[in-house]
Write a protein that binds this ligand. Structure first.
Ligand code: GLU
Length: 314
């Protein structure tokens, strides 16, 4: 079971950058002899109707997938089992910090930016009981963090090569009792037979911790492909507020779905195909014919700067 995947969070409509990543994941899977699955990561930030619209947009640009879509919220038992496994092996510790506590403590000069400052690592039982009671009084519980036996892990990425990064004390279960993204993604990729993870390079920094978690849970580590993100002209990550960047917005300006795929194709350097054949790349399959594995591996690491069209297409 060798599979690639796309795993959107149903927090809103997909924009052209997300669609480009999905196309790349689909092409990369097929070009390397894999099938392709979809997982809707609906354990956080769910907007009603968004998952259905995302799936419809993916189908509209020509993507298809093996078997039924997996909804991550149906996997709660498997996530709990993984947490129990790590707990029994003494690999987790309770963390009572709020986001603010962590922000404040993490600004100390000896803490790497974005890293857990270690506040709850070495507390006495009495201190734990006190902090637990304080949280309980606010109707909250502790989060569970990983006590990894190593500080760093090395992953293989098709575009970035060998990447060694910190494992840190990633959260595996949040204070509200729900599984954390980093745990769920690892457990569910393995469950779906995913051995190739193509996604935006904003998640590259999470990959070493995820691969380490997989290994600790006795699950295979996937190979990774972190592709460049789409950015707004300001240099910020592309977002819906930047203008007409979703399929629905662009349809509203008179673009066809084929026009949008063609635009994504141009961003991937397949404009030449149109010039030589006179034919535009109108669906994901058209792009797949041009984007061989060698071409994919040579993709520049630079982001796609998206200038949303301001006016209706003539
Ligand atoms: N669900 C995540 C997102 O939409 C992606 C997770 C992943 O690809 O590992 O940002």
């Amino acid at each position: 079971m060798n599979r690639g995947r796309f795993a959107p969070s149903p927090s809103g409509d997909l924009h052209v950058g997300n669609l480009r990543t999905a196309i790349l994941a689909w092409i990369w899977a097929h070009a390397t002899g894999r099938s392709f699955v979809i997982r809707v990561e609906d354990i956080d930030r769910v907007r009603p109707g968004a998952a259905e619209r995302q799936l419809a947009d993916l189908a509209a640009i020509g993507l298809d997938w093996d078997g039924p879509v997996l909804y991550q919220s149906t996997r709660a038992q498997a996530h709990e089992d993984a947490v129990a496994n790590l707990t029994e092996r003494g690999m987790l510790f309770e963390c009572y910090c709020s986001r603010r506590d962590i922000r404040e403590a993490a600004s100390a000069p000896h803490i790497l930016p974005g890293h857990y400052p270690g506040t709850c690592l070495n507390l006495s039982e009495a201190e734990r009981a006190h902090k637990r009671a304080k949280l309980a009084a606010q109707g909250r519980g502790p989060a569970l963090r990983l006590l990894a036996p190593v500080n760093e892990w090395t992953i293989h990425d098709e575009l970035h090569g060998s990447v060694t990064g910190p494992v840190d004390h990633v959260v595996v279960r949040r204070g509200d009792g729900t599984p954390a993204y980093n745990l769920a993604v690892v457990v569910d990729d393995a469950f779906q037979g995913v051995d190739q993870v193509v996604r935006g390079d904003d998640l590259l920094s999470q990959a070493p911790a995820q691969a380490c978690l997989a290994s600790l849970l006795g699950l295979p580590e996937p190979t990774f492909v972190h592709v460049p993100l789409a950015l707004a002209p300001t240099g910020a990550r592309l977002a819906k507020r930047d203008g007409a960047v979703t399929l629905t917005d662009l349809h509203g300006l008179g673009w066809s779905t084929g026009d949008v795929v063609d635009w994504i194709g141009q961003s991937l350097g397949v404009d030449g195909a149109r010039k030589s054949t006179g034919r535009s790349t109108r669906t994901a399959s058209d792009l797949a014919k041009v984007l061989t594995v060698d071409r994919l591996r040579a993709l520049p690491a630079t982001p796609w700067i998206v200038t949303p069209p301001a006016e209706a297409r003539p």
